[in-house]
Design a protein around this ligand. Structure first.
Ligand code: ATP
Length: 425
């Protein structure tokens, strides 16, 4: 089978790496990919939102299955584009249609869905510029800290948490009236602050059945001890060591099953991954967000723990036969540490030569922002550059291997967090 993966991050490299091990794979293409994906498949220089370019690639290379890595093309309706075009409508797409992708693309849609289906989440209300005054009164009725969320996609920057009442009210005005996040903040969800520990769960679903993937915890802030600016993610651990069997069962009953049943009840087809962003409060899971795709860097720890053939699971997703599939999961722990460009998540330089990848032992190197030059050397091409994934009998052992190999890969102004997993005991 010929496959196309859409995206260019560590997530897409991890998926490509896994699919390249499948006996069912014939040719693998990645659009646009990175230096790492070019080692396991063929990169095609097409942007993730260039639907016509993607269609052309699909036809030229007789692609039968497309895996959409990032959220933007899903929210823009890439799956619907395939379904609506006679020439490619029979190509299977892993990733939901536009309507269902609103679970990630619209916080208000997600909150209404959760409310409708009894899925535990923070108390909330949403506002537009028309009812700004009511929004201010709503904030006054809450206790600090105040959580304000731009409804739409804002590249991970649309959630603002403030301690000061006046600042929170000003922020609401800024979002609604001054369109701080453009169209994305024309509606704002204000919700109760949840005090607990974060973790994420993942499923692959065909819309009626699903398979569970290992849980994970990522580290979003740039600074040690989880301080400073938010990034796309500086590292991750899987499974989450504090997630007991009892907690995972609760998550399955109260969150996962209710979500999949909710999709069925609402008549919303869904083929693809669902990422459940959770805060555990007093041992009870609360959903803070849905993502309609895998996370990055969580994919770099979750997918290597999947021992089953991922392509077979994708085919079962496409054919509505996930109920007959079973997933074998590695019992070890996996960790990843992200090497980033100095300055990231603010301004940083690209084009720095990356050396030492060949010296890495006992870890997997997943490329994110990398590019291959004509002389085959590899250079930095983004903020997050390389993820170093390792296994261990527990997360500490895995981390020790990741950190040993972090030292071997070098580029000018390399930065990374030395404390991934610091809060896990
Ligand atoms: P992402 O980049 O993870 O996709 P996002 O912009 O979709 O983020 P959320 O995941 O909803 O936004 O929130 C971002 C972060 O804000 C969360 O990881 C969490 O730390 C914090 N947060 C969100 N909602 C709450 C809440 N109700 N109480 C406490 N913290 C919250």
């Amino acid at each position: 089978m010929n496959i196309l993966i859409i995206g260019s991050g560590g997530r897409e490299h991890a998926i490509a790496w896994k699919l390249s091990q499948s006996e069912k794979l014939n040719q693998l293409f990645i659009a646009p990919g990175n230096a790492g994906t070019s080692e396991v498949g063929t990169n095609v220089n097409i942007g993730v939102s260039d639907f016509l370019g993607i269609k052309k690639t699909v036809l030229e290379n007789e692609i039968e299955l497309v895996i959409v890595g990032p959220e933007v093309p899903l929210v823009e309706g890439i799956h619907d584009f395939f379904l609506g075009d006679n020439e490619i409508k029979n190509v299977a797409v892993i990733g939901p249609q536009q309507y269902a992708a609103q679970l990630e693309g619209s916080k208000e849609f997600a909150k209404e869905f959760m409310e409708r289906h009894g899925i535990p989440t923070a108390v909330y209300k949403s506002f537009t510029n028309e009812n700004l005054t009511e929004g201010h009164s709503f904030i006054e009725g809450l206790n600090a800290p105040y959580v304000l969320k731009a409804d739409g996609l804002a590249a991970g920057k649309g959630v603002v948490i403030l301690n000061d009442l006046q600042e929170a009210k000003d922020e609401l005005t800024d979002m609604l009236t001054n369109e701080k996040f453009g169209e994305a903040s024309s509606t704002v969800v204000i919700e109760e602050f949840l005090d607990g520990i974060e973790m994420s769960c993942f499923i692959l679903t065909d819309g009626t059945s699903y398979v569970n993937l290992p849980s994970a915890k990522d580290y979003k802030r740039i600074g040690e001890g989880d301080v400073g600016l938010n990034t796309g993610g500086m590292g991750a651990v899987s499974p989450v060591p504090f997630a007991s069997k009892e907690l995972l069962e609760k998550i399955e009953e109260k969150v996962i099953k209710r979500t999949v049943d909710g999709l069925i009840k609402d008549g919303i087809p869904y083929k693809g991954f669902i990422f459940f962003g959770l805060i555990i409060v007093n041992n009870e899971p609360m959903v803070i967000e849905y993502n309609c795709r895998m996370g990055d860097p969580e994919t770099e720890v979750v997918i290597p723990l999947v021992q089953s053939d991922l392509l077979e699971l994708f085919i079962a997703t496409a054919n509505n036969s996930l109920d007959k599939a079973s997933v074998k999961i590695d019992e070890r722990s996996a960790t990843t540490v992200m090497l980033v460009s100095g300055g990231y998540p603010e301004a940083y330089e690209k084009g720095k030569k990356i050396t030492g990848v060949e010296n890495v032992k006992d870890s997997i190197v997943f490329h994110a922002g990398t590019a291959k030059k004509e002389d085959n050397s590899i250079v930095t091409n983004g903020g997050r550059v390389i993820a170093i994934t390792s296994f261990g009998s527990d997360f500490k052992e895995a981390l020790a291997t990741s950190y040993k190999n972090v030292e071997k890969v070098n580029f000018e102004k390399k930065n990374f967090r030395t404390d991934i997993g610091f809060d896990l005991g």
